[in-house]
Write a protein that binds this ligand. Sequence first.
Ligand code: GLA
Length: 393
Amino acid sequence: MTHMSHSALATRSRHHPAFLGLTAAIGLSLAFAAAPARADSLASEPVGILPGGTVVQQYTMTNANGVIVRFLSLGGCITEIDTPDRNGNFADIVLGYHDLAGYDSNGTYFGAIVGRYANRIAKGTFTLDGETYHLPINNGVNSLHGGTVGFNTQIWRVTPKPVSDGVAASLTYTSPDGQDGYPGSLNVTVTYTLTDSNALRIDYEATTDKPTVVNLTNHSYFNLRGNGSGSALDELVQINADFYTPTDATQIPTGAIEPVAGTPMDFRKLTPIDARIRAPFQQLILAQGYDHNWVLNKPRPNALTYAAKAYDPETGRILLVFTTEPGVQLYTSNFLNGSLIGSSNTVYRQGEGFTFETQHFPDSPNHPNFPTTELKPGQTFHSVTIFRFSTDG
Ligand code: GLA
């Protein structure tokens, strides 16, 4: 059963200092208080006000096993995922900001819905139906993760969705025609479902009124030992891919589809992330670690198949990733440099977490040999990614 509870809000409105802090606008600490023990619930509470006056809501999804996923109306950002280790001890396994201001700019894209085009478009330029479009340049010479407006800092409308297994919420946002330079008004619905088998299922749907390009992902950074536990690079990863897309020095795919065999990009067997990360391999040098798109092995396009796994031998936590998308970006937080304080109240450094950004390949609009990212009026874009949490216990 799914229901929306405002009791937390009601309690806070009288006594909670965080609520009083609402008037103090941005900079307020997010109060990640434990949710009441209750099966399959969706609760919401305000966590702060943006400089423009918008109140940001935080939603807490709790399943029958006590697994918790928290997210914001701001960017749909997943701020916390609490899962048990092999001994039943819960910890938050995603990185986050310690305050709302972090999510308002979100240069790291912690937990965010990324769009209209996740990953890079070369020089912010692409041509569709004979017309050339120009996007904001926000990553060296390229456009990254939608540009300067980006879905990751928009306010999404959140509505509870009744489901038979677990708890779910739909997040909707309309990206206007021309936003960040993209053609077409795009209606987007992202549905988060936390099942009672401890899976977070993310459904992405989009429709457009003009031909456009779409590539949507979630940018959660995982550390299965726990948020703030230090480097995650000794955790193990498997990626179900025989090929990857090498990039140039600006991290734009060259267009080649190269075999992983015989390279540090080979994660076909479960391997510690750091086993080869310091290998003198040009791709790792360019990206300062792993920050690449793997071409997932698929029996047919759009099949919902096993993509990747992560495993922490210390806690026994396992993360399995399934997706309909053709690719996944493993990014080892190469650009976290000790300059920000996380939701763990510790400083995040390089290698603090890793992402599995399920996606179409970077810069697809400029590579006709890559699976298409075009969406036309009358079509519905639909993709699914599942993060399943378990242990070796
Ligand atoms: C993606 C990119 C990285 C980096 C992060 C956000 O993973 O591929 O290069 O920009 O997003 O910091």
